[in-house]
Design a protein around this ligand. Structure first.
Ligand code: ZN
Length: 404
């Protein structure tokens, strides 16, 4: 089946105007038809390089700012939002999100991403059981090794960082929070990382607020990647990484939302915020950070950052408020997603487009918003019913569009 769209963003360097984009799926009723869509852009779904799916509670658990996020990790446990979240599920060590009601919260984190056009997420946590990754309709990266942070180590589960890195054999990303603060302890983390031999081409550093120009240069030389987590950084620390030096030195920069306990509401909010704060960074560069740079940092197949005119199994169709696809990205919200398909499976969008797929209605939740019938895979409304039942009152989360 083909979609006729005003423009297709094939990759960060290629816009095709008035394009026909093919979707390949075993579920399509009629593979030869063409659907004409007015005011619509086609893109590859996005990649969120840093989240903690279990932590997507709201509002943020930040009562004041910190000079080092390690102190927030302790403080937040006593904050009202985390105490409320603990009524649903309380983390125990080592972290296993399949225990108790962990699944409820993690699946909500999955929906946060799905509703913003993200189909690939790096969930920074100790590696979970296979059944954890299997339960999401989107892809939560399974091939990675990690350390919570250089100063706190792997208190939450996993081997020591050097063992974790060795286990990557250079073919999986090694992911670590680093320099999330402005104090001495934060600034010491980078030299410690280097001493341990962990500044490697497959290293993905999260935050890097404390990094000096020379340290950023070393990251570029080593071919390491850095995840920019702007909203979370400004909310927690009031400072972010020296992004100008990162771009000047050619560091492979990716973007992450973090969880809503410290970060942005979703990836669309995050990129819009980055654009507002750094309007001189080309939009194309920001788009690279949620597509091809993320593919490189997370060791994903290249097709995950590219749309083709033929044979796409994953596709994002967005309502076009602006003619330029990059400018349009800064104008859309999750209600502008006309269709999101991941590996041939329709996940979210306008119900009239679901009619082209041979699916079971009971596998979907339907709701109307702004006069448009919409669908989403699975039953996030039932997750919320269960949560409301446990809390004894209705809970609203800003990333669930059917609640807004
Ligand atoms: Zn984090």
């Amino acid at each position: 089946m083909k979609f006729s769209v005003d423009a297709a963003l094939l990759d960060a360097d290629t816009i095709r105007n008035r394009a026909f984009i093919e979707l390949k799926s075993k579920l399509l009723n009629d593979t030869s038809s063409t659907v004409l869509l007015k005011d619509c852009h086609a893109l590859r779904p996005f990649i969120n390089s840093h989240d903690h799916l279990i932590g997507n509670w709201y509002p943020p658990a930040i009562e004041h700012t910190f000079t080092n996020a390690n102190r927030w990790v302790n403080d937040m446990r006593e904050s009202p939002p985390v105490k409320e979240r603990d009524l649903i599920f309380r983390n125990t060590l080592p972290m296993d999100f399949m225990k108790g009601r962990g699944k409820l919260l993690s699946r909500l984190g999955g929906y946060k991403n799905l509703f913003s056009g993200v189909t690939i997420v790096q969930d920074h946590a100790p590696r979970q059981k296979k059944s954890y990754y299997d339960m999401f309709p989107i892809e939560i990266i399974r091939r990675y090794r990690q350390c919570h942070s250089i100063s706190l180590g792997n208190f939450w589960g996993g081997e020591d960082p050097v063992e974790e890195w060795k286990a990557t054999k250079g073919t999986e990303p090694f992911i670590v929070h680093l320099g999330e603060g402005t104090d001495q302890e934060s600034s010491r983390e980078f030299s410690r990382l280097k001493e341990l031999g962990l500044l490697q081409p497959n290293t993905l550093l999260i935050h890097g607020i404390s990094l000096t120009r020379d340290e950023i240069k070393s990251c570029a030389e080593a071919g390491a990647s850095i995840c920019w987590v702007l909203t979370s950084n400004l909310q927690l620390i009031r400072k972010t990484i020296d992004i100008d030096t990162c771009l000047l030195e050619g560091v492979n920069v990716v973007i992450g939302t973090d969880s809503t306990l410290s970060g942005s509401i979703n990836l669309l909010h995050e990129i819009k915020f980055a654009h507002r704060r750094f309007p001189y960074i080309p939009l194309r560069t920001i788009y690279r950070m949620i597509s091809e740079n993320a593919v490189r940092a997370l060791h994903l197949p290249h097709k995950n950052s590219r749309l083709s005119e033929r044979g796409n199994e994953s596709l994002l169709l967005l309502r076009a408020h602006r003619s330029d696809p990059f400018e349009n990205l800064m104008a859309v919200n999750n209600d502008d997603i006309i269709l999101l398909v991941h590996k041939g499976l329709p996940l979210y969008g306008f119900r009239k487009l679901l009619a082209h797929f041979d699916i079971y209605d009971e596998d979907y939740f339907f709701y109307a918003k702004d006069g448009i019938e919409r669908f989403v895979i699975g039953h996030p409304e039932k997750i919320m019913e269960e949560i409301n039942h446990i809390l004894g009152y209705p809970k609203k989360l800003p990333y669930l569009p059917f609640q807004q």
